[in-house]
Write a protein that binds this ligand. Sequence first.
Ligand SMILES: [Cu+2]
Length: 68
Amino acid sequence: MEQSILKVDGMSCEHCVKAITNAVGALPNVSQVSVDLKTKTVTVQHGAELSLEKIKSEIEDQGYDIIP
Ligand SMILES: [Cu+2]
């Protein structure tokens, strides 16, 4: 199990939290997603089979930006 912490821009409310939690949570091999609006971070617990790129593109597909 791996933990990836991503900085994400554009998240502002509970709707954003839900959208990201649901979208990333639906990816294969994801066991937990948590979003912190204050620190603009998304923390994902996932299996090694799921690449970080896949998580990033899923978040971008929801309309948010990854902060490099
Ligand atoms: Cu929102």
